[in-house]
Design a protein around this ligand. Structure first.
Ligand code: GSH
Length: 250
């Protein structure tokens, strides 16, 4: 199989795709793209959409972490990403959808909000990336990219506060799925690979890590993604973190 995966370094759905390719034992080449520029680059290589992960595999082009999961299971059924039992599969698909549609965005927003206020941590998220230009130069040109990314992702105070307030319930839901065996089983599945990178990315923020790491959700993240690139020191207003602190205390 000839596979090339287009990613933005430290993008959580991109890491989901990488984990799923590794799970299948499919070797691939990785092309690292800068945010925003990625949209043009993906169009230039023939993808219809503008987001990563985007996978070229043999003659197919697949975009989106959930679509990639299904295509990988089709191309190489073993080891599976979805359970064979229909009820179990439905439960995994529900958790996977939640990971994609509900969990990804708030985490992405919180990070862009933080990076917009202090660009210094950005370099750490590019660890191991080959961006096609010296990393120092890429960081110097980051200001417009960060501003546009924050805008595209609605990384404003209102949305970030709402995301932080919603996080405790989402963590409870993830813990409940782990307790029910939908997530965190012996063999990780597509929903684990979808959800764990979002949790691991959240845990790169010192502000969020304490609310996650000691829970089953945190253990799942550390199991699935033992090393996630990036580190953001405390930056969020204390008051915005109150919902998380209150939930951790109960
Ligand atoms: N839910 C989609 C979302 C993918 C997505 O939004 N990816 C972001 C990176 S995390 C992206 O490509 N953003 C474009 C940009 O930053 O310019 C998936 O799981 O594939």
């Amino acid at each position: 199989m000839d596979a090339r995966l287009f990613v933005i370094p430290a993008s959580h759905p991109s890491i989901a795709a990488q984990l799923m390719l590794d799970h299948k034992g499919i070797a691939y080449r990785r092309t690292d793209l800068l945010p925003v520029i990625s949209k043009l680059a993906l169009r230039a290589v023939g993808f219809l959409g503008v987001t990563v992960p985007a996978l070229k595999i043999d003659d197919s082009k697949i975009q989106g972490s959930r679509q990639i999961a299904r295509e990988l299971d089709r191309l190489r059924p073993q080891p599976p990403l979805f359970p064979a039992d229909p009820a179990q599969r439905a439960a995994v698909e529900e958790a996977e959808r939640f990971g994609d549609e509900q969990l990804q965005s708030p985490i992405r927003r919180i990070l862009w909000w933080a990076i917009k206020r202090d660009k210094a941590p950005l370099r750490s998220y590019s660890e191991g990336a080959k961006l096609g230009l010296p990393i120092g130069l890429a960081m110097k040109t980051a200001t417009p990219i960060v501003a546009l990314s924050a805008r595209f992702n609605q990384a404003d105070d209102e949305h970030v506060r709402a995301g932080l307030a919603a996080l405790p319930k989402m963590l409870d839901q993830i813990d409940a799925w782990i307790a029910a065996g939908v997530l965190g089983g012996e063999l990780l599945n597509a929903a684990d690979f979808q959800i764990a990178p979002s949790l691991a990315l959240a845990m790169t923020l010192d502000d969020l890590r304490p609310a996650i790491e000691a829970r089953p959700a945190g253990a799942l993240a550390m199991r699935a993604v033992p090393h996630y690139p990036g580190h953001t020191p405390p930056i969020l207003p204390r008051a915005w973190l109150e919902p998380l602190k209150a939930a951790a205390a109960t």
